[in-house]
Write a protein that binds this ligand. Structure first.
Ligand code: NAP
Length: 293
């Protein structure tokens, strides 16, 4: 491959001696859509950056962090399984990431590493822009209490909802999550057998479980006839873009909101932390959507 093919064919970005390096780490990482999304963002804004996917196994995390400083990598996204373990390598952790207990974005300021979590705020920005601009006073039902749910419940709690109910297959996990953020909002935990009643009261119902994700696309976390037709049904899953939960809820009259926006906006916040410039979210979405069809 020629140098010009590398310059223009792979990232499409200018690559020269001034180019600043960014990337995502994960294990596995080859499925990640972040490189195409972020390189489009650099092209769109004219920023001289290049974004790579690094396959980092758990035993290599410390060496990678030394590499961030040595190579002057400006920004890193962190995905499964490193979001918790990376925290001990940070010089500083943002209050939100500390409360959530996970870091998905690193900013490198001349060797000083700060950890952020943009998953929850990315989700809320997407929900407000795409489905429901006003979350204050709303009754929100969150189904699932895993890693993604933690970030989302923390971010939703900052929006003055009238209450948040968390339902989970293992109810003790829902109780633990509710307990963590009870000082921020009116949050309660329920078991999945109380879901029908909770759906009947909810203005926004969010699926944060993996139920309905490819290849199990016939599965749905609830019977959507339980929802108020005026409710918003939201799903974190973006493969498929429209889950059975969302298709059924749409049939029932609900407004629906898929998981792609969360992915775009978690990246948009990271881009903004790194560059100080507004992220070109529409272009980022277009590139990811093109890669999904
Ligand atoms: P996680 O930590 O493994 O949590 C999985 C959650 O799903 C738990 O609450 C688990 O319940 C529940 N669950 C799994 N299988 C279930 C089943 N058969 N019946 C009922 N509940 C079940 O995973 P995560 O990282 O939070 O991710 C959850 C989902 O969010 C995934 O689909 C992921 O793709 C999506 N996600 C999307 C984005 C985005 O950018 N759009 C970002 C992150 C995650 P138990 O506690 O009882 O096991």
């Amino acid at each position: 491959m020629t140098v010009s093919a590398l310059d223009n064919g792979i990232t499409g970005n200018r690559i020269d001696s001034q180019t600043v390096l960014y990337g995502v780490i994960g294990d596995p990482v080859r499925h990640s859509k972040s490189p195409i999304m972020m390189n489009r963002a650099f092209r769109e804004t004219g920023i001289n950056g290049a974004y790579m996917a690094f396959h980092i196994t758990p035993g290599k995390l410390g060496q990678f962090v030394a590499g961030i400083r040595a190579m002057g990598i400006r920004g890193v996204n962190v995905t499964i399984p490193h979001k918790l373990d990376i925290m001990k390598y940070m010089d500083e952790i943002d209050a939100g990431a500390q409360a959530i207990g996970a870091v998905n974005t690193i900013v490198n300021d001349n060797g000083r590493l700060t950890g952020y979590n943009t998953d929850g705020i990315g989700y809320v920005r997407s929900l407000k822009e795409e489905a429901e601009p006003e979350l204050a006073g709303k009754r929100i039902l969150v189904i699932g209490a895993g890693g993604a749910s933690r970030g989302i419940v923390y971010a939703l709690a900052g929006e003055q909802p009238s209450g948040i109910t968390i339902a989970n297959r293992s109810v003790e996990r829902a109780e633990e999550l509710a307990q963590s953020f009870r000082s921020l909002a009116d949050i309660r935990a329920i078991a999945n057998d109380e879901l029908q009643a909770a759906c009947g009261e909810a203005d926004i119902v969010i699926n944060t479980t993996s139920v309905g994700m490819h290849p199990h696309t016939d599965a749905t976390p609830i019977d959507t006839s339980w929802l108020k037709p005026s409710a918003v049904a939201s799903d974190l899953i973006y493969n498929p873009l429209r889950t059975k939960f969302l298709l059924d809820a749409e049939q029932h009259g609900c407004r629906v909101h898929g998981g792609l926006g969360m992915f775009i906006y978690q990246g948009a916040y990271a881009f903004e932390y790194w560059t100080g410039q507004p992220a070109p979210a529409a272009a980022m979405r277009e590139t990811v959507l093109q890669s999904l069809v």
